[in-house]
Design a protein around this ligand. Structure first.
Ligand code: ZN
Length: 238
């Protein structure tokens, strides 16, 4: 089995709330943290700008983080995006598909594809740890966010690469409210404010200002984010 550097991480970084938290978490723990993102024709292409804004802001928050923040890569998966007949990449309504029992925002197997591509890049760079923001709170609709799925996939990647690669998912069992509190523990209100302002979650790619950040306010991602923020603020007030 090929040894990989366990002090280096590759963060799957979309520019959304969860992956921003994962990047902060990783910057606290690893000597160097590279980032990888995917362009797959998503409607929220504004996420790709959010990624750059957050990387820049994080580097400004701490000299240690600036030193540890490594290279960024955006991988073009537009061919994969084009085959997905879903609301994220086409102008179809965002709703629950009764037949599949899943939101129409579900791109089939998205996280499986992302993890495989990320593992390939990590292997090429000698990086031993993948850090990713899958969250089981999303897993009612997204079977590729389940711990069982992720455990099976990392086992397959270790076998298929014959390399000592690990997967860290620090917000897997964390509610959206708790994940804001986790950010506060890592970097205080300055970090919370940075992620609230700069991260992008809205499926529609809208950047209207709200107390909880930017978005349309009505798509499932915005609703979940708004609820999480309210619960976090309520928890602080106790
Ligand atoms: Zn929205």
């Amino acid at each position: 089995m090929r040894p990989l550097d366990q002090r280096r991480a590759l963060a799957l970084f979309s520019g959304g709330q969860d992956s921003s938290i994962v990047l902060a978490w990783a910057l606290e723990r690893f000597d160097r943290v590279d980032t990888i993102g995917f362009a797959y024709g998503q409607r929220h292409e504004v996420e790709l700008q959010a990624r750059l804004d957050i990387r820049r802001a994080f580097a400004g928050l701490s000299p240690d983080w600036r030193d540890r923040l490594g290279d960024d890569a955006v991988i073009d998966l537009s061919g994969y995006g084009a085959m997905s007949d879903t609301a994220l990449t086409r102008n179809t309504p965002i709703e629950i598909d009764a037949a599949a029992g899943l939101p129409t925002t579900f791109v089939p197997g998205r996280n499986l594809v992302f993890l495989s591509v990320a593992a390939g890049l990590a292997y090429a760079r000698g990086i031993g740890v993948l850090a990713a923001g899958m969250c089981e709170e999303d897993a009612t609709g997204y079977p590729d966010c389940r711990a069982e799925t992720l455990n099976a996939q990392i086992a397959a990647l270790r076998l298929g690469l014959d390399a000592d690669i690990r997967l860290e998912t620090p917000v897997l069992a964390t509610s959206k409210a708790r994940s804001w509190a986790l950010l506060e523990e890592i970097g205080g209100d300055a970090l919370v404010d940075t992620v609230r302002e700069a991260s992008h979650t809205c499926y529609r790619g809208v950047r209207d200002a709200h107390e909880w950040g930017h978005g349309c306010g009505t798509c499932p991602a915005c609703v979940l984010r708004a609820e999480g923020w309210s619960a976090y603020v309520a928890g602080k007030a106790v």
